[in-house]
Design a protein. Structure first.
Ligand code: NAP
Length: 319
């Protein structure tokens, strides 16, 4: 396999491969054993950038990741998040008090003395942004966190955070994590991308495969196979397996076949080429998926390819 390009996260000194791995399956949809095999496959195939969160299976994802990495911790870049509810509403949000507690809990579960990228999971309108950003800056100064990022912020919230951190000379967000895929482009490209470009922030697209729809394994008019994510979740299957989505999936599949590619190559390779994207963090339940997703990152679209992908996706996915 060709080594994937790496991209810098702001001025943090951290570089990540253009394909990483999302860890929200671990401890929930995927038990500890299979999760560990996925984690080791990611390390072995050059996609050792792991995105987890305290709330993924209420701490189990972080525990499984930390245990599986073990002595190979330094080969990995670990991103985790705080702010979602850990069992009670007072164990959530962006307050100084909760951040101080949440970071220690994450460090313990991950079995590490530092988190590479610590992300605020959801914008918290009940806490002044100064308080959240000041507390995060202290974690950077203490060496517990190497860099900070945000998730589910819009462009204006990202701009405001940068202005506050700048005024105080604090660490600034180097990443913005938002839902972004070839099936859903509008919110990010209208709001987050322009701010991220101005600020030099890297975008981490989540749900890049739309729960597997962009892997090509689901087909119009066919029930999803048992054991797949959509096969196990009828309500999500109903939301995603729509004519609107299959119109794009089938057109992207045709685009891929005409170039001897798979739709997975296009879904991951094209997203990695969009403005400001730092790394595509696809989830995976097996080592084979990890390897396929890593390989997909090897495809770099030409300008003409990107224009054609815009023509296929934008009329619908930009809405
Ligand atoms: P996703 O990447 O769109 O879909 C991942 C799922 O698709 C896998 O679990 C697997 O499901 C299937 N899949 C993956 N690779 C495949 C392949 N090569 N061939 C066939 N099927 C494949 O969605 P996600 O995992 O939910 O999201 C990615 C990551 O984004 C998460 O893990 C998490 O780190 C992050 N995230 C963040 C937020 C946020 O608020 N910040 C929200 C959601 C997610 P099956 O094998 O089960 O079918």
């Amino acid at each position: 396999m060709t080594e994937l390009p790496r991209r810098a996260l702001g001025d943090s000194g951290i570089e990540v491969p253009i394909v990483g791995i999302g860890c929200n399956n671990f401890g929930g949809r995927t038990d500890a054993g299979p999760s560990e095999r996925v984690i080791l496959a990611a390390l072995d195939h050059g996609v050792g950038f792991f995105d987890t969160a305290d709330i993924y299976s209420q701490g189990r994802s972080e525990e499984i990741l930390g245990r599986a990495l073990g002595p190979r911790r330094d080969e990995a870049v670990i991103a985790t998040k705080f702010g979602g509810e850990m069992g009670a509403v007072e164990r959530s949000g962006g307050s100084r008090r909760w951040i101080a507690e949440a970071v220690e809990d994450s460090l313990r579960r991950l079995g590490t003395d530092h988190i590479d990228l610590y992300q605020h999971h959801f914008f918290d309108e009940h806490t002044p942004q100064e308080e959240t950003l000041g507390a995060l800056n202290e974690l950077v100064l203490a060496g517990k966190v190497r860099a900070i990022g945000c998730s589910n912020y819009d462009g204006a919230q990202l701009e405001r955070a940068a202005a506050i951190s700048g005024e105080h000379g604090w660490a600034t967000f180097v990443t913005a994590q938002n839902e972004y895929s070839l099936l859903k482009r509008g919110d990010v490209e209208r709001s987050v991308t322009p701010a991220a470009r101005r600020l030099g922030v890297g975008i981490l697209p989540y749900f890049p495969l739309m729960s597997g729809l962009l892997s090509g394994k689901y087909h119009r008019g066919e029930a999803p196979a048992a054991g797949t994510r959509l096969g196990r979740d009828a309500s999500r299957a109903g939301d995603l397996m729509t004519d609107r989505n299959f119109d794009i999936v089938e057109a992207l599949d045709g685009f891929a076949r005409a170039r001897d590619l798979t739709i997975l190559d296009v879904a991951i390779g094209a997203l990695a080429s969009m403005a400001q994207v730092a790394s595509v963090i696809a989830g995976a339940t097996t080592p084979e998926q990890v390897i396929a997703n890593a390989r997909a990152g090897e495809w770099t679209p030409s300008t003409a390819d990107l224009l054609e992908i815009d023509r296929i996706t934008l009329p619908v996915a930009a809405r």
